[in-house]
Design a protein around this ligand. Structure first.
Ligand SMILES: NC(=O)c1ccc[n+]([C@@H]2O[C@H](COP(=O)([O-])OP(=O)(O)OC[C@H]3O[C@@H](n4cnc5c(N)ncnc54)[C@H](OP(=O)(O)O)[C@@H]3O)[C@@H](O)[C@H]2O)c1
Length: 271
């Protein structure tokens, strides 16, 4: 279970005190990794807000950060050019206050830049000791293969939830190749409010005496070995609840039924 820290810094963010309490609660509840990105803040002038928050909470060594997306006004723009990535990695090191970033993830593929060039810039940073492991996010299996031709890839971070299915075969590929699959927005991100009204999840939750959120996270965790869930929270109680879900073992037939119901034929649920 990974704490997704994005909502602590973007529009609608909580107070600084609540943000720090959320991070600390997650760690006390057993979470050992925090997902962040340089772009998580209120626009370009606030870049690095989330990374600085994690440093302030004293847990920068547990952070995985992402570069390759920046803000231009309201827009989130992909920028995978090596020159930009080099600057962004240095800025992330400063914001986190570390000498080495344990896991640095290319946030997105820039349609104007071959992924080989973007990953190559991160490889250069790794050879300078600035980065330990490299990940890629929002990629297809074909893009992952191209990235792996340049460097060993430790993780893929893609969206996966009852509302969004992973690309067919990608979970299995990652498990086979020992690449961690970090499922982001696992309870649906902006659609999370709908989870509690999903009758099938309600029945599953009642049977296990847990919430719809917790059984969803437990089902995702059981979908594949090496799958980690990047669960967002901006309230301590939600961080605690998500961490608790990691200890919930669902029956294999319930996990199968979850996959069949929400990800049949690789299609995402329309709900
Ligand atoms: N790589 C990418 O491109 C990318 C894109 C988007 C997100 N991410 C990562 O994924 C993380 C998670 O995404 P997300 O926050 O959008 O979606 P999410 O994990 O599906 O969470 C959505 C909302 O559900 C609520 N929630 C979470 N766990 C809960 C629980 N156990 N019980 C009750 N409510 C719960 C939280 O509300 P409260 O905020 O009120 O606590 C949270 O903000 C982000 O923080 C970020 O690190 C990555």
């Amino acid at each position: 279970m990974v704490l997704g820290a994005m909502n602590l810094s973007i529009e609608g963010r909580p107070s600084r005190a609540q943000a720090i309490a959320t991070i600390q609660t997650a760690l006390e509840a057993g979470v050992t990794m925090i997902d962040t990105a340089d772009v998580y803040g209120l626009g370009a002038a606030d870049a690095g807000h989330n990374e600085r928050l994690i440093a302030e909470a004293g847990v920068a060594a547990s952070a995985a950060t992402k570069v390759g997306v920046r803000r231009e006004g309201e827009a989130w723009v992909h920028d995978g050019s090596p020159a930009y990535l080099r600057r962004a990695i240095d800025a992330s090191l400063r914001a986190l206050g570390v000498e080495t970033i344990e896991l640095l993830i290319l946030h997105a593929v820039d349609a104007r830049v071959p992924i080989e060039d973007s990953v190559g810039a991160i490889v250069d940073a790794r050879s300078q000791g600035k980065v330990r492991q490299i990940g890629v996010s929002n990629v297809t299996a074909a893009e992952l293969a191209r990235a792996r031709a340049v460097a060993p890839i430790a993780c893929v971070q893609n969206e996966a939830s009852p509302f969004v299915a992973p690309e067919p075969g990608l979970l299995e590929l990652c498990a086979r190749e020992r690449i961690a699959f970090l499922a982001y927005a696992p309870t649906g991100g902006w659609r999370a409010g709908r989870l509690a009204h999903e009758p099938w999840l309600q029945r599953l939750a009642a049977r296990y005496g847990r919430t719809c959120f917790e059984v969803t996270l437990a089902a995702l965790l059981a979908c594949s070995p090496g799958l980690l869930v990047v669960s967002g929270a901006s309230r301590p109680e939600n961080a605690r609840s998500s961490a608790r879900a990691a200890g919930l073992a669902l029956e294999p037939e319930d996990v199968e039924a979850f996959r069949a119901r929400f990800w049949a034929d690789g299609r995402a649920s329309e709900r």
